[in-house]
Design a protein around this ligand. Sequence first.
Ligand code: TRH
Length: 402
Amino acid sequence: MRSRPGNGLCFHYVHNCVMPSTRSWDIFCTVVDNYGDIGVCWRLARQLAAEHRLQVRLWVDDLASLARICPDILPGRDAQHSHGVEVRWWRAPFPAAEPADVVVEAFACNPPPSYVAAMVAKQPKPAWINLEYLSAEDWVRGCHALPSPHPSLPLVKHFFFPGFVAGTGGLLAEQGLAEARERFQRSAAEQARFWQDAGLPAPRAEELQVSLFCYAHAGIGALLRAWAAGGTRVRCLVPEGIATATLSAFFGTGSLAPGATLRKDGLEVRVFSFLDQDQYDRLLWACDFNLVRGEDSFVRGQWAARPLLWQIYPQQEGAHWPKLQAFLRLYCAGLPAEAAAAVTSLWQAWNQGEDSAVESAWLGYWEHRLVLQAHARHWAGQLAETGNLANNLAKFCENLLE
Ligand code: TRH
C-alpha cells in the first residue's frame, strides 16, 4: 500500500455539488530546465491537495529544483511529504506503484512504461491528462480537452490547455488569491512583515520597487542605465544567479551573493536568495513593476495586478514570437492606443534583447504608468472570471471518471 497524506477524504463534483470521495492523483514532472516545469506542477499539486482534498502524489526527476522553490524538500529522498502532497523522486528503476485514479503528465513528459502498463490493467481505467504549456494563441481553444487515443494500448489521453479566455483550462490561481493580494497591498503591516521575512530592508519613500527575473540574454544593461539616470529612485530586486554577468559588468563588481547591494546614481540593486513560491508572490504584490519570464512567474505577475514585462521562453526557429504577439493582442485590447503601442514596443525590444531599443522603449512605457497600473488591476479581474485551472481540471477529470 502506498502511504497517503492527510485524512484520505477528497471531494468530487456532481451537478455542482461537492461530494466526498476518495480520489487519488499522480502528477508526473520532468524538469527540462529552470524552474517553470516544477513550478507549475508544484502549484497545481498543492492546490489540489489543499482545496480539493485529493490524495496527490507528485513524481519529479529533479528534487533540487523543487527544493529551490520549496525549501522543505530534501533532495535525495525517494519519498517525502510537504504541503499535503506526497513527493516522490522519479528515477530509474521506477518502483511498482499502483496508478492513481487521475494521472497528469505535465508537458508531455511520458510516464514510465511500467506505470502505463499498470494503468492498462487498472479497472476502471484512470483518467489520463496531458497538461500543456500556456499559450494565448487562438488554436488553443480548438485543441483544449481533445481526446488522443493511445496508438497501441486501450487508453485515451486528454489534452488540457491552460489559457486566458473562456474555452481553455484557465490559469492556476488559489482560492482567495485576489482577496489575499488586496489585503496585502493595502496593509503596511503585512508588507513590513514581508520585507523583514525576505531579509530585505523596507522601501524608502518615493522609491520605485522593481523585481527582475529574466533569462541571461535580456537587454538588462539598458534598463539599468535608464533607471540609474532617471529622476525617480529605483530599487531593483534580483534573485541570486539571475543576470549576474550584466550586473557585474554594470557595477564593476564580482560579488553578487544574496544580500549584495549595488548602487549607481538613482539605482540600487539588491540580490536576494530565491524565495519560496508564496513569498515570491508577495514580492510581486509589493513591487510597482515586475519583470517575469517563462510561464509560472508570468502568470503570477498578472495576478499581482501590477504592470509587468514578460520575457518569453525562447524556442527554436522563433516559435515563441507568435505566442508573444498573441498575448500582446489580448492584453492590449483594453488599452488606449498610445499605451498599447508603448507596451508592445517595450515587450518586443526586451524579447529581442536589443539594448538601445529597450532604453528608449522604457521611457515611453513608463510615461503611461497610471494607465498601466489601472489596466493591470482590470486585467487580473478579467482573468479571474475565466475560472481557475485546478478547479476546471478537477471537474473535467470527474466527468471522465463517471
Ligand atoms: O524558470 P522559468 O524560466 O521556467 C520555464 C522553464 O524554462 C521551462 O522549461 C519552460 O518550459 C517554461 O519556463 C515556459 O520561469 P517560470 O515559468 O516563471 O518558473 C519559475 C518558477 O520559480 C515559478 O514557479 C516561480 C518560482 N520562483 C520562486 O518560487 N521564487 C523565486 O524567488 C523566484 C525568482 C521564482
